[in-house]
Design a protein around this ligand. Structure first.
Ligand SMILES: Cc1cc2nc3c(=O)[nH]c(=O)nc-3n(C[C@H](O)[C@H](O)[C@H](O)COP(=O)(O)O)c2cc1C
Length: 384
């Protein structure tokens, strides 16, 4: 195993390239840099095999033969294990090739991909917050054709499935990006980032409206036979009708959650800090929100739910499984320790062995309401 090394992506480097006008260099730059390279504070620990940063050369006991960690997300997409890396936090995977054993991951969700290249939002784009970070990268990416040309061939040689995260400003955008990805060797699935403004509906995000979320999912479903994951936004009053609309429209799985909308204030207090004003909050601070949304979505739909939000240690993985997730994605924590996701694979396998479980599947849904029957008076749906 390779030693731990800190990695920054091109969009993150761009984020820190310019200090905010009028701001003193030291505090702001320190804050932004630390958001990228400092360890994310741990929410808590649990009595499981210790997972010190930098201890990735200490392998957990071999569990390969004894424990089945595979995850079936439908339509033929079977992941070797339930630990994925989240979109926007692991580049295209290739950047991490000499730091991380990428082939030991459950899957890689690559950066958000749009029809045309995007230069992203004005700087500054990231800042640290208590227990997390705010980012407004703005979907910087070279466009779908360049993504296919530059990366797909490498992905095709990997064992790890690569899921391309797709973003757009209209249903037509999503459909066209998907068409260009469809059938390309090396692309295992599509994850729709629907937390994007729908230009045709006055800029209202697809993800906050059940009809719009269903419409874009159905259109993409018609455009491809690739497994289709759709990513939920936490910025809604009730996730359940949106989750159901997406499932009814033909998605194979849900992923939850994207970042929470937030702002930070510049040091001079004369304006918001981020160049785009708004940013997305991620990291341990959002885990309780992610747990609640996964808990609700897992009971509202019959398709699998993949959890994302503040995973920094095995205890977080176990918590998400307990509320009904079949797998988890690791995001912000990767900036502090790119080796964390692979270590979590080992730790989850070791934990199953320790508990005498043949599969992590026995850990899924243990914190959900056990009974089946009529929906409760609170409107919470029973688990199918
Ligand atoms: C710097 C950064 C860039 C991101 N870019 C994307 C993106 O392009 N598409 C997307 O669907 N989610 C994106 N996300 C959201 C993450 O995939 C994930 O949903 C979120 O950060 C919550 O997980 P975490 O708390 O483990 O980071 C991004 C997050 C960060 C921190």
């Amino acid at each position: 195993m390779k030693a731990k090394r800190r990695v920054t992506t091109a969009s993150m480097r761009a984020s820190t390239a310019k200090r905010p006008e009028g701001a003193k260099r030291t505090p702001t730059v320190r804050r932004i840099r630390s958001a990228i390279v400092q360890p994310v504070p741990r929410a808590r620990s649990e009595a499981v095999a210790p997972a010190r940063a930098g201890a990735s050369n200490v392998r957990a006991p071999s569990f390969d033969a004894a424990v089945d960690l595979s995850v079936d997300l439908g339509r033929g997409l079977v992941l070797p294990n339930p630990i994925l890396v989240a979109s926007g936090t692991f580049g295209y995977g290739i950047e991490y090739g000499d730091v991380v054993e990428v082939d030991r991951l459950g899957a890689i969700c690559c950066k958000g991909t749009t029809l045309k290249p995007r230069i992203g939002n004005p700087t500054p784009r990231v800042t640290e917050t208590p227990g997390g970070m705010l980012n407004s990268i703005g979907l910087q990416n070279p466009g779908v054709d360049a993504v296919v040309e530059r990366y797909a061939k490498t992905w095709a040689g990997w064992k790890v499935p690569v899921i391309v995260n797709v973003a757009g400003e209209s249903v037509a955008d999503y459909v066209e990006v998907t068409r260009r990805l469809d059938g390309v060797p090396g692309i295992a699935a599509i994850e729709l980032n629907i937390s994007c403004p729908n230009v045709g509906r006055g800029g209202l995000q697809f993800a906050i409206d059940a009809d719009a979320a269903g419409e874009v999912t159905a259109a993409v479903r018609r455009a491809t036979d690739l497994p289709l994951l759709v990513k939920l936004s936490p910025n809604v009053a009730d996730i359940r009708p949106i989750a159901r609309a997406i499932a009814d429209a033909g998605a194979d799985a849900l992923t939850a959650i994207n970042t929470l909308s937030g702002i930070a204030v510049a040091p001079g207090r004369d304006r918001p800090l981020l160049g785009n004003i708004y940013g997305g909050l991620s990291g341990p601070a959002i885990k309780p929100v992610a747990l609640r949304i996964v808990y609700e979505a897992a009971q509202a739909v019959r398709i699998p739910v993949v959890a994302i939000g503040g995973v920094t240690e095995l205890a977080d993985v176990l918590d998400f499984l307990a509320v009904g997730a079949v797998a988890v994605q690791v995001g912000t924590a990767i900036f502090a320790d790119p080796t964390l996701p692979v270590r979590l694979v080992d730790e989850l396998g070791a934990e199953c062995l320790r508990r005498g479980l043949a599969s992590h599947r026995e850990l899924i849904g243990t914190a959900l309401p056990a009974r089946a029957g009529a929906p409760s008076a609170k409107g919470v749906e029973y688990r199918p």
